[in-house]
Design a protein around this ligand. Structure first.
Ligand code: GLV
Ligand code: MG
Length: 325
């Protein structure tokens, strides 16, 4: 290991993160009772400009009037390039800051964006009675944000998670798609025409690079990497496939843009009983190996070594956090 110490963000479950438009307060109560690990009340892209002020008011009332204590609760503020942003932060923190866990920052582009918000939030926290420090969730959804992802991830002690905002990222990079997440037939590989076998088309995952890069930046800074929206909420299989790809890469949660996606995200992002049992067996085998002075042993015909302990510990710790062991 490097001598450099990675400080982990506070441990929170973040398997599913439900998006709720701030302009639809009638949905707040149901969201608070849902199975989502985190809920974000949205003031940004789900809210039309003429509804922004009312939505902010709804969110302040919703934070104060509804019992969110079973949940982690966040508000997605407007971008730093809009005049809505300063009032989002000032009004919400001054009027309901002690009810809030996190602020979600959309389209973050540079470490200075994070610094500016940190300064503002710190001043408001000091001037008011907010006791718990507010954490930051950053949506990486522009080419600029992806270019600067490492410095953004390291820019504040408040940082807790990085989210992949696939829709805006596609727009910013001018990717050829109008879907929100999912796969694209044009992003495929055609098997070699020289072979005597019939040619096959294999669809690829056009978001792989972005997701893989986001995982690295998040983990290297002790943050949670979270996959963003999957727009077609009538396609459960498509959602599950996307969530499984993300989980396999190391992301630990996915947005739900519709309540039907909460259960799907929770299921995929919860390690299976078999995975946990396998991890426990690895830890037991390595414990035995240690007694006999060995650094590696075989378990069911496969090599396990000290790196396997670290992998297994991650799974066991996750199982404990979720309460399944
Ligand atoms: C989320 O904000 C996205 O743009 O996908
Ligand atoms: Mg977006």
């Amino acid at each position: 290991m490097s001598f450099f110490e990675i400080i982990n963000a506070p441990a929170r479950l973040n398997r599913s993160e439900l998006a709720v438009p701030g302009s639809q307060p009638e949905l707040f109560e149901k969201a608070a009772k849902s199975d989502a690990d985190i809920i974000f009340l949205d003031l940004e892209d789900a809210v039309a400009p003429e509804q922004k002020v009312q939505a902010r008011q709804n969110v302040i009332e919703g934070l104060n009037d509804i019992d969110w204590s079973e949940k982690t609760i966040s508000v997605r503020i407007n971008g730093l390039d809009t005049h809505y942003m300063y009032r989002d932060v000032v009004d919400i923190l001054e009027k309901a800051g002690d009810k809030l866990d996190l602020i979600m920052i959309p389209k973050v582009g540079t470490a200075s964006d994070v610094y500016a918000l940190d300064m503002l939030v710190t001043q408001i926290e000091e001037a008011t009675s907010i006791k718990r420090p507010i954490g930051f969730e950053h949506i990486i959804e522009t080419a600029l944000g992806m270019q600067n992802i490492e410095s953004i991830a390291a820019a504040s002690k408040r940082n807790e998670s990085l989210h992949f905002g696939v829709a805006d990222y596609a727009a910013s990079t001018k990717a050829r798609t109008t879907a929100i997440g999912g796969v694209n037939e044009k992003y495929s590989v055609l098997t070699d025409g020289d072979s005597d076998k019939p040619r096959e088309t294999h669809w690829g995952d056009m978001w792989h690079y972005a997701l893989a890069r986001l995982v690295v930046a998040a983990r290297a800074n002790g943050l949670r990497p979270i996959d963003g929206p999957f727009g077609d909420f009538s396609d459960d299989d498509g959602f599950l496939a996307a969530a499984n790809r993300a989980a396999t890469l190391g992301l630990e949660g996915k947005w739900a843009i519709h309540p039907s996606q909460i259960k799907l995200a929770n299921t995929v992002m919860t390690p299976s009983k078999e995975d946990i049992s396998q991890a426990v067996a690895i830890l037991e085998a390595m414990d035995e190996a240690k007694q006999t002075g060995k650094g590696a042993v075989s378990l069911n015909g496969k090599l396990v070594d000290l790196a396997s302990i670290r992998q297994a510990e991650v799974l066991v710790e996750k199982g404990r956090q979720i309460g399944i062991i």
